[in-house]
Design a protein around this ligand. Structure first.
Ligand code: IVH
Length: 696
């Protein structure tokens, strides 16, 4: 390679690595496998060493990957950024035992005292830096770009094993401790199942899910994600201990979560045993790990070795290779879902991987297919790292058959033939023929019947049967069925028809929030449906709401609000809602559920910020129960800012700029009858069971 070739390779690698780092840290949707990423980084390091004339300050070899979303920054920023007291660096890593041996011999040569190693798991989550002052949690920052991170304190306080107060008494000084926020496999599975049911793209792995969850804007939602934290590093400048191990033991005595899988090792053999043990044993752990971290234990020795621009010289990570298999792609299917999203799925030559047979792997969307440059006939690498769902991580181009041509994403719906659409801000293609596409129609009917929706005795076969017979197209058609039409279904007798009709009759008692969920509005899951139902109280108020008003509801943002608005405005949907209403379904919160408790806050527009004695959703509910209006941002129309503990500094600044009052929770409660003690959760739940049944 001559120097010109080296230069162009360097530029290509920098571009590849930067783009992938962005997908990994910001979008939480990595495309390259960790292994390929690390190999590309090592190649770039070698080239920059060999051709120092091409060194650059902003090369990915000298800068840590940033989790700060620059675009959001330009839009005003979702989190306040704060500088790190000590830079948050990364670790140099390797997949080779020889390089671990070199690390050990280098350390032995340069340190002329006795020292030991702390071997620990390399947790595969997202880094966090906690600062405690006087024993109380002051801030929680993400790694960010290493120099400054996003302030996610309100979210960190919802992670169950992060203490807000430490055990024991502490001087007023600050100290820092760093670690990883993780999503255990069980929580990851539950979250992805929920997302798939909603036809939202599932998270690729627990790491992305943890990082995405830590950056949610609603701390209550963060609290529901099942995140945990494990801490593994107190910067040596922050507190003085003889060894790293001592600092971890102290942290544990203060009530901080530290890992019990650490071992103090002496020499390469013990390190190797630790690695070999965890290479297998890690499969039994309830969370993802991607390697072992080996640290020099004595802090004096750490100080002697120091740091490079990007990582400490006193530590190294040995990374486990994800189990991989190479297998040919037999075909690619394009599957249509209930909301019309079209997902490409690769059918693979079955291959055994980490204990299961893999036959199919999702390709997510057209962009992903293009990035992989995948073709039918290609041999592809399938990986199951931390992930449960196997993932195609690359194509072995050397095995590409001459006949393989790039696949063409279908222009038309594979089911109904309608021209597919792709909105600018959507990675996925959608079939717009919502009312005519059989898969979408059956998907919506099935969703309407599902347990969490109307809980009707009808599975996929029944729904398909009723559809084929031409008896049902929309949910209201279910209510026109009688025993005679139902017994036309294969194998259905009087008894099954009567059971079905009974389950249908029961749906008249189903609450408005579940009816709203059952309608199958894109992006509206159970939680959103509940929030919307409670906010508006009935379908007419909801139908009259603007997109702007919809966004005032917690968790309803720029995607969900227009989706609800468009659904309700579509004349065909209002006809359907009218029909369901005439069949007796609930389109308002029950009589017993008053929408408001008092007019105390009538005409007031209130912005809330910070943490309260109850959740923010509960405060929002109090506002609406007492006839107030919540708004998400401070403007001249804001009546006052209701500030809890640690309110957003941007909001405070805006209030002082516009001369808007800021009041605390106590003053707010003073405005309410009984100080807001009567809370909606104590209200009777809706029920229409006493009304005469349509079906006798
Ligand atoms: S120590 C100065 N210990 O791996 C470096 N890091 O790829 C201090 N990580 O940024 C980090 N497990 O987010 C350390 N037991 C462990 C770790 C660990 C996971 C993460 C950490 C770091 C990244 C480097």
């Amino acid at each position: 390679m001559d120097s010109a070739q080296a230069y162009s390779r360097i530029l290509a690698l920098r571009k590849l690595l930067s783009e992938n780092a962005r997908l990994y840290y910001v979008e939480n949707a990595p495309v390259m496998s960790d292994y390929d990423y690390d190999q590309a980084m090592h190649e770039l390091e070698r080239l920059e060493d060999e051709y120092p004339q091409y060194a650059a300050e902003d090369s990915p070899t000298v800068r840590v990957g940033s989790d700060i979303d620059e675009d959001r920054g330009r839009r005003g920023g979702d989190f306040v950024q704060r500088p790190h007291k000590y830079p948050m660096l990364s670790l140099s890593n390797t997949y080779s035992m020889e390089e671990i041996a070199e690390f050990v011999s280098r350390a032995e040569k340069s340190l002329n005292t006795d020292f030991s190693y702390s071997c620990e798991l390399k947790f595969d989550g997202t880094a966090i830096c906690l600062t405690y002052k006087g024993g109380e949690l002051l801030t929680a920052l993400t790694r960010g770009d290493g120099e400054k991170g996003d302030d996610v304190t309100a979210n960190a306080l919802r992670i169950k094993n992060i203490p807000s107060k430490l055990k024991g008494s502490f001087p007023d000084s600050e100290f820092e401790i760093r670690g990883e926020v993780l999503m255990p496999f069980s929580a990851f599975d539950a979250l992805n199942a929920e997302r798939e049911a909603m036809e939202e793209a599932p998270f690729a792995n627990p790491r992305n899910a943890a990082s995405g969850s830590l950056k949610l804007l609603d701390p209550d939602e963060v609290g529901h994600r099942g995140l945990i934290c494990t801490l593994y590093h107190i910067p040596a400048q922050s507190v003085t201990f003889p060894t790293h191990d001592d600092s971890m033991k102290a942290a544990e005595s203060w009530g901080l979560p530290v890992s019990h899988e650490r071992r103090i090792c002496h020499g390469l053999d013990e390190i190797r045993d630790y690695i070999d043990y965890w290479d297998k044993a890690r499969r039994e752990l309830p969370y993802a790990t991607d390697g072992i971290v080996i640290k020099i234990n004595e802090l004096e020795a750490q100080r002697a070795l120091g740091y490079t621009a990007k990582s400490p010289r006193w530590a190294v990570a040995y990374k486990f290779k994800a189990e991989q298999a190479l297998t040919p792609v037999k075909s690619i299917d394009y599957q249509v879902g209930r909301t019309g999203a079209v997902t490409p799925v690769a059918n693979l030559e079955p291959v055994f991987l980490s204990g299961t047979m893999v036959r199919r792997a999702t390709l997510n969307n057209a962009d992903q297919m293009e990035l992989l440059d995948i073709r039918v006939g290609d041999s592809v690498y399938v990986e199951k790292g931390g992930e449960i769902i196997p993932k195609i991580t690359g194509v072995e181009k050397s095995l590409r058959p001459a006949w393989a041509v790039p696949p063409k994403f279908p222009e038309r719906c594979p089911d109904c033939g309608a021209l597919l659409e792709r909105r600018e801000d959507e990675a996925r293609h959608f079939c717009p023929n919502q009312l005519g596409c059989p898969t979408q129609i059956k998907g919506r009917l099935l969703h309407f019947c599902s347990r969490k929706a109307m809980d009707i005795n009808a599975g996929p076969a029944t729904v398909a049967g009723l559809y084929e017979l031409g008896l049902v197209r929309t949910p209201s058609d279910f209510y026109t069925l009688d025993a005679a039409s139902l017994t036309r279904l294969d194998g259905w007798k009087e008894k099954s028809a009567s059971n079905f009709l009974k389950s249908l009759a029961r749906t008249r008692a189903v609450s408005f929030e579940r009816v709203l969920y059952a309608l199958g509005i894109r992006y509206v899951g159970e939680t959103t449906a509940r929030a919307v139902a409670r906010h508006f109280g009935n379908i007419d108020a909801l139908a009259a709401a603007s997109v702007e008003e919809l966004t005032l509801i917690p968790d309803v943002g720029e995607t969900i609000a227009p989706s609800i608005y468009e659904f309700i405005c579509d004349a065909r949907n209002s006809v359907e809602i009218q029909k369901l209403r005439s069949f007796g379904l609930q389109f308002s919160i029950g009589e017993g559920d008053q929408k408001t408790l008092s007019p105390a806050l009538e005409g007031l527009t209130i912005v809330i910020s910070g943490n309260f004695t109850v959740s923010r959703d509960d405060i929002a509910e109090l506002i609406s129960l007492h006839s107030g209006k919540r708004s998400s941002s401070v403007s001249s129309k804001t009546s006052f800012l209701l500030a809890g503990d640690k309110p957003g500094p941007e909001k405070l600044r805006k209030c002082s700029e516009l001369g808007i009052k800021v009041i605390d929770e106590a003053a707010f409660r003073d405005m309410l009858p009984d100080r807001g003690a009567t809370h909606s959760s104590s209200l009777p739940s809706s029920s229409g069971a006493q009304e005469p049944s349509l079906f006798g």
